[in-house]
Write a protein that binds this ligand. Structure first.
Ligand code: IPD
Ligand code: CA
Ligand code: CA
Length: 256
């Protein structure tokens, strides 16, 4: 698994260099919906990632946010978000990353998340632990919600879905603080290294959470859906925590 983890790191670093190089020089922004945007840098970075995967592992499948699934029914699937935090990227707000995960027969086994501005490389391989710039990381040991810093996000269709307002308010009333910085993959990594105690968000896609979810698990944290079902990157709903606060947060979701 470490071979795949190193490869994910290598490619995330290459793509991160593209993001860094083009920061502040975006030529074209297109809208996928009212708010959901994509830049030429998203496409450029995904193309590079796909080329690198095809060169090293020509038989593997790739699921990427911009080009979708290219499948030959391989057991190996790379799950790629070329820029997680595109709105931040377009505004020059330095909280975005490249996220690359690998699943084998549906199980996430390796992943890397790279923040090109802070030069932070988060990675993990199943059973091998999680690292930040090659140093082992652990989730925090905070046990009380009122001492916890939490983070969340809102889907692009928030006006229609209206989801998460109630949970956001409930957590604001109970936690030390709640943040919304705009990159789910990085939010997960901040839980993994103990800067946040927990992260939750509805409406996410596999490319947002595949790598980050594994990194939290390998850092000793817990990742489930809101009801406590096992981590499934395709579940469109995630709760990741330091483990200690998981039950308390689920109680809040239940209205307790
Ligand atoms: C988005 C970010 C954001 C989250 C959105 C995602 P994108 O991904 O992860 O934090 O709130 O739900 O779609 O569009 O920047 O790749
Ligand atoms: Ca994303
Ligand atoms: Ca993206």
């Amino acid at each position: 698994m470490n071979e795949y983890r190193r490869f994910a790191e290598e490619v995330a670093r290459l793509a991160g260099a593209i993001l860094r190089e083009h920061q502040g020089k975006i030529q074209r922004i297109e809208y996928k919906g009212d708010i959901d945007l994509v830049t030429e840098v998203d496409r450029m970075a995904e193309t590079l990632i796909r080329e690198e995967i095809a060169r090293r592992y020509p038989d593997h499948d790739v699921l990427g946010e911009e080009e979708g699934l290219k499948s030959s029914s391989s057991a190996f699937r790379w799950i790629v978000d070329p820029i997680d935090g595109t709105t931040n990227y377009a505004h020059g707000f330095p909280y975005y990353c490249v996220s690359i995960g690998l699943s084998i027969e549906g199980e996430i086994v390796a992943g890397a998340v790279y923040h090109p501005i802070w030069d932070e490389m988060y990675s993990a391989a199943r059973g091998q632990g999680a690292t930040l710039n090659d140093k082992a990381i652990r989730v925090s040991s905070v046990q009380e919600l009122k001492r916890a810093l939490l983070t969340t996000g809102f889907p692009y269709d928030v006006i229609q879905s209206g989801s998460n307002y109630d949970y956001f308010k409930a957590m604001l009333h109970r936690a030390q603080g709640v943040r919304r910085a705009g990159s789910a993959a990085l939010d997960l990594c901040q839980v993994a290294c103990g800067r946040y105690e927990a992260f939750w968000e509805p409406g996410l896609s596999a490319w947002d959470v595949a790598a980050g979810g594994l990194i939290v698990q390998e850092a000793g944290g817990m990742v489930t859906d809101y009801r406590g079902n096992a981590f499934d990157p395709y579940a469109h709903e995630i709760l990741a925590s330091n483990g200690q606060l998981h039950a308390a947060i689920q109680e809040v979701f239940k209205g307790g």
